[in-house]
Design a protein around this ligand. Structure first.
Ligand code: MN
Length: 336
């Protein structure tokens, strides 16, 4: 095997969903990676409370769905968790270091939106990440490059048990563990466009206007996530059109997938036989998805003129014009 052919299966994008809502985000992460033709594997870790329907949906998009139960994992993880129950979700995320069938991985939070092919991230080394907008000497742990290793995993757990996390989450823990990130090696500093926190649009708008068009991965930091922004009343309060553009894009990806999976489940036989297993459905739906993709892009073009009006604030595109109308258009294209 050449090094190149190894790379395709040795490297993986990894994300995590700890609730059914976050599964919506994870679906979009997986879908965007596929849309932008990643040549790497895609893995989603889910915690045990995630519903079987959500897991099944993820199975249509990701190469691998991995159920992670920290209470059921190795002794060290279990004991560390018992000592620090407040870090439960953090321990689940740290589990990505146990994916040792891959030599290198890129972790993407489920609240990110991948805008283009980002396979070049695998040229970076552990631990590469972008600065956090709130404290740029810390890296943001929403996007990072790492090397799975049981030794590192064990050290991280020990570190967590001893020191906890200064922010109560994985970011605080990882920053004190990889404590020389700020000063040691500039090649481990990912450009901000690989983890463009939506909050930066508010805090430094001129920089966003200058560099925002280079954005590769958007990160919906904070408590308001795209999947919470479906109803009209909530979205009307969000007046930043740049942010809305990304939320809109997120919903376009999600609704595309939603229909695709719905179509798939309609085709799914009640009891799948050996000859009509999920793989065949996925293949058939990938063909359908190509047709659908063309439709979605056509819709994007049709709405270009309308977008101008949206930008001028004449159309409430995150309100009633947004999801329901897009949904209706998609329905018409799909079922007529
Ligand atoms: Mn996040």
């Amino acid at each position: 095997m050449t090094e190149n052919s190894n790379r395709e299966t040795d490297f993986a994008f990894v994300t995590l969903a700890t609730t059914d809502s976050y599964c919506m985000g994870a679906l979009v992460v997986g879908q965007c990676l596929r849309r932008h033709r990643t040549t790497r594997q895609t893995v989603v870790m889910v915690s045990t409370n995630v519903s079987s329907q959500a897991r099944a949906a993820l199975g249509h998009v990701f190469d691998r769905v991995l159920v992670v139960d920290v209470l059921d994992s190795g002794d060290q993880a279990h004991l560390s968790w018992l000592g620090r129950p407040e870090l439960g979700v953090t321990f689940t995320k740290l589990h990505c270091w146990t994916l040792t069938q891959y030599s290198k991985c890129v972790f993407l939070d489920a609240d990110t939106l991948v805008l283009c092919n980002v396979d070049e991230l695998f040229e970076r080394e552990e631990l590469s990440a972008a600065p956090d907008p709130g404290w740029p000497d810390c890296f943001n742990s929403g996007v990072f490059v790492f090397r799975p290793s049981l030794i590192t995993h064990g050290r991280l757990l020990e570190h967590a048990r001893q020191h906890g996390s200064f922010d109560g989450g994985d970011q605080g823990l990882l920053n004190t563990f990889f404590s020389d990130w700020a000063v040691r090696d500039i090649s481990k500093h990912l450009p901000f466009v690989y983890n463009l926190s939506a909050i930066a649009v508010y805090t430094y708008l001129p920089a966003y206007q200058e560099y925002g068009h280079n954005a590769k991965i958007v990160h919906f930091l904070g408590s308001v996530k795209p999947w919470n922004l479906r109803s009209n009343s909530q979205t009307n309060q969000h007046t930043n059109s740049h942010l809305e553009e990304f939320v809109y894009q997120w919903w376009m990806e999600y609704s595309y997938l939603h229909h695709l999976i719905k179509t798939m489940s309609h085709q799914e036989p009640a009891v799948p036989s050996q000859h009509a297993g999920p793989k065949q459905h996925v293949r058939r739906c990938r063909i359908d998805s190509r047709i659908f993709l063309i439709t979605v892009y056509a819709l994007f073009n049709i709405t270009t003129c309308k977008t101008k009006l949206w930008e001028e604030g004449q159309v409430d595109y995150l309100g009633k014009d947004a999801f329901d109308n897009i949904q209706k258009k998609l329905d018409r294209f799909l079922y007529l």
